[in-house]
Write a protein of this length. Structure first.
Length: 81
């Protein structure tokens, strides 16, 4: 998955990080009120995430870290305490 504008959709991010195995499960989790972005409930699966955004799900918080180099895919995201 290439990052072109240094953003990624929330549902894609959840799949990429292995939090959910399918897009359908990501949609259900997001619309079910189980996901927070920067401390606020987020129910839009198409929400665009940018580097530094913090995603909290099931008591775990992840910080979005995207690499915008044309020759590389998404770099990584780190779980923070």
């Amino acid at each position: 998955m290439k990052i072109r504008d240094n953003t990624i959709k929330l549902n894609q991010y959840l799949k990429l990080m292995g939090i959910v195995p399918t897009g359908g499960q990501a949609k259900l989790m997001i619309q079910g009120g189980d996901v927070q972005v920067n401390g606020m409930l987020e129910t839009r699966r198409g929400r665009r995430l940018v580097p530094g955004d913090k995603i909290t799900i099931e008591g775990k918080t992840f910080e979005v870290n995207l690499d915008n180099n044309e020759n590389q895919d998404i770099d990584f995201s780190e779980q923070i305490e």
